[in-house]
Structures are given as C-alpha cells and as structure tokens.
Design a protein around this ligand. Sequence first.
Ligand code: DGL
Length: 264
Amino acid sequence: MTRTTQPIGIFDSGIGGTSIWKEIHDLLPFEDTLYLSDSKNAPYGNKTKDEIIALAIKNTEFLLERNSKIIVVACNTATTNAIKVLRQKYSVPFIGIEPAIKPAALRTKTNTVGILATKGTLNSELFEKTSSNLSSSPIIIEQIGEGLVDLIENGKIDSEEMNTLLSKYLKPMISANADHIVLGCTHYPYLKDQIKSIVGASVNIIDSGNAVAIQTKNILSEHNLLVTGTRTPINQFLINKNKTVLTKILSDYSSRINIEEVDF
Ligand code: DGL
C-alpha cells in the first residue's frame, strides 16, 4: 500500500522544473519531494517524440524505484509528448503541465496572445488539440524559444545573449498587440524579470506553475495520499550534470534541501 510519507516525484529535462517544485513545496510544505534534473539530456525541446517518450520513461522508472507516490512531469515538452504513454504504462497518478493558453484566451482584451515554448511542445498533438478547442478564437502567435533552455542550464539567465534572444522573440508579439504572453516551458519563469522589461508592465505574463501545484494537492487528496499534520520533510534533488547552477537557483531554499550529482 502506498504511504502518505512517500515522496512526490518530479522530473524535468533540467533545472527549469524547479519553478514547479517551488510552487508545490510552498503549497505542500510537509511533503517529501524527490526532484530529478535530467540536465545531461537537455534540451528535450528539439528531440523527436520517440526520444522524449524514452527519456520520460527512464525518469519515471528512476522515481518509481525510489518510491514516489505520484509523478509530476514538470516539463511541458515531456507532458505534451509523453504523458499519455506514461499513464497507460504505470498505475501511479501523473500530473502534467501544459501551456496556459486557455486562461490567456479567456482574458485577452486585444484578442491576441503570444506563446513562447519549445519546438517539441508547439509541434505536439496535445498542444494542437488544446489550441484548436478553445471556446474563443484569439490570434495566437507561436514562438519557439530556441536557445533559451541552453542559456538557463548554463547559468546565463542575466546575460546579454539572453536579452538579445528574448527581444527577438517577444518584440513581434508586442508589435502584433498581444496583451498576454504564455510561458510554455518550465524554465521560462526564471526569465520573468527580463521579459517584463522587454514587453512592459501592461502585458500579462502567465505560466501554469500554481495550477500544477493545486492539481497535485487535489489528486493526492483524492487518493488519500496527502501528508497530514506537520513534519520536517526531506527535499532531495538529483542532477546528472554539475550542480552549480541548480544550487544557485535554489539558494533561497538551501537550508531545507539536499542536492546531489548522480549519474542516471
Ligand atoms: N522545462 C522544459 C519544458 O517545460 C524544457 C524543455 C527542453 O528541455 O527543451 O518544456
């Protein structure tokens, strides 16, 4: 029988999914978590669907071997390409993340929404289905964030290269009058400050992090798997590359977490 104190397993192609881990940990501070950063294989966004599925299976098996009670696929690219297969293959509950185009489509006043995501996400059937089944029909400007994940993985969040790429990707959205920009990759919340300074304060920037944390809580509750009461949790991070950048982006949480370099 699954016990409530087993960890919430979370994986991403790299360090970006920590933006989701933070939301989950802030909402469920007494839960154990086990985060897998597959930085060695990042970015997933330019890989084929079969390659992404194979990596998602590898990560899931690793987390299940370490007793995860639920798996959070903290990666839009892995969710949109592989979550169907994962749900068919394993009985544990899965939480996925998809770009928040539905709320953006509902809220836009200019009927124009920009979305920044990986090639793998934008080309996926799931994204195609979600964007063609919206109740309204806004103009959606899709932009592949080529190069952004690599720069973040290499610790170049605040760099001139990053600013140049972001300006190139976002300015056409603003010229087209987009009033909402959807961050369709879990790495991109780390770019919010730069994005804001490029697009201006009147443009809304949305991501799905908080919604994923709420959904995780709801599904754990449905399965009677939520930790009850207060306890000191174990928050373990495993990375298959150098941990310097991961350590830096989690520095606010350093007293509560443990980060280890492991080959997987
Ligand atoms: N964090 C992943 C996502 O949400 C990045 C994908 C990649 O590795 O290209 O899509």
